[in-house]
Design a binder for this molecule. Structure first.
Ligand code: ZN
Ligand code: ZN
Length: 343
């Protein structure tokens, strides 16, 4: 500890806490995401300062490679093939650097450790296999065609159909975030139903091949009709209609028809949540009605886990298992992107 807190917060200067011989600083009673408190360890220095709301802020000055080594195992199982872990390390580095300088501009730190920026629970969660992937790709970033960082988003499994960024988050189409579709020009309920009937297989799309495909590639879920109707607040449900889908078939606009009126839900994440936290919005619905015309049972048959934009993590595992290198994996999922070693 090189400084102590002074009594007056008005004149508080930054207080630095330096690590001991282990290289770690321990911090007690840290608020965690579950509403509890825990002890966390951090690499590098900690300093205590005041944020723009006048609250004390504990800030960790952590080297980028130490931070990434803590993040990568949380994003992808460290038992994944090395080339998949390297692809994940580069994507995570891109995401990290892309956020710096775009938020917390008036705070005395660059990133917060919550969902807003990047969830980080400190040191102690590293795995030698993921750390090796971070070191092997040190300084490597994914650059767009024509320059600039790729927004290297990823999700667990695309279900064999990636999605365009604008269909998931709105905004303008990003040339690096284009869907890769095997054969469809446009997808309606019938095409999607046929596609979803094709299960995992050794010669299917990349994310249909590894063992992770057994839980992610295709899924079914019963939806609680009463709970759905109550949340929607439109009386007993009569119908559900997917009004719009993205290029991969992901639902982007859903109409609920009830005795008390209609309700439209927009956005793939909002739709997934409304239907009881579905793994993805790439689904078709099956419903039954009672004698009065009300929906009595409802189920979704779907594919993939997550938004499906950018890199498909299970697909990356499938590609690596087939002998593809990490740069090939990244080029598969980020259109027109190339690797550049910056440091
Ligand atoms: Zn933040
Ligand atoms: Zn995939």
């Amino acid at each position: 500890m090189s400084n102590t807190l002074s009594g007056s917060s008005r004149w508080l200067s930054n207080s630095w806490f330096e690590p001991g011989p282990s290289g770690l600083v321990e911090l007690r009673d840290v608020d965690n995401e579950r509403g509890g408190k825990e002890t966390r360890k951090y690499w590098g220095k900690l300093y205590v300062t005041v944020d723009n709301a006048g609250q004390l802020a504990v800030v960790n000055a952590v080297p980028e490679d130490k931070l990434l080594a803590g993040l990568v195992p949380a994003e992808m199982s460290a038992s994944s093939p090395p080339e998949a872990l390297k692809a994940q390390a580069v994507a995570a580095r891109n995401e990290l650097l892309a956020k710096i300088g775009t938020r917390h501009l008036t705070d005395p730190y660059r990133l917060c450790a919550t969902q807003h920026c990047q969830v980080y629970a400190g040191a102690g969660r590293e795995d030698a296999r993921a750390t090796a992937a971070v070191q092997a790709t040190r300084g490597e970033l994914l650059e767009r065609e024509g320059g600039g960082l790729v927004d290297a988003v990823y999700s667990a499994s695309c279900g064999g159909h990636g999605e365009n960024n604008e269909h998931v988050w709105g905004g303008t189409p990003d040339a690096a975030l284009r869907a890769r579709l095997p054969k469809f020009a446009a997808i309606g309920d019938a095409e999607l139903r046929a596609w979803l009937a094709v299960g995992p297989s050794a010669d299917g799309p990349w994310c249909a091949r590894p063992k992770e495909a057994q839980v992610n590639f295709r899924w079914q879920k019963a939806i609680d009709v009463a709970a759905l109707a109550e949340r929607a607040g439109i009386g007993a449900l009569r119908d559900l209609v997917v009004l719009e889908r993205g290029v991969s078939g992901r639902a982007t606009k859903l109409r609920l028809v009830g005795d008390g009126g209609d309700k439209e839900i927009r956005g793939e994440l909002e739709i997934r949540r409304a239907l009881g936290n579905l793994k993805s919005a790439m689904f078709v619905l099956d419903l039954a009605r009672d004698a009065g015309g009300h929906v009595s049972s409802l189920s979704a048959t779907g594919g993939g886990h997550g938004h499906g934009v950018g890199m498909c993590q299970v697909g990356a595992v499938g590609m690596a298992a087939a002998g593809k290198r990490y740069d090939e994996i990244l080029r598969q999922y980020y259109s027109g992107a190339h690797l550049r070693k910056l440091y």
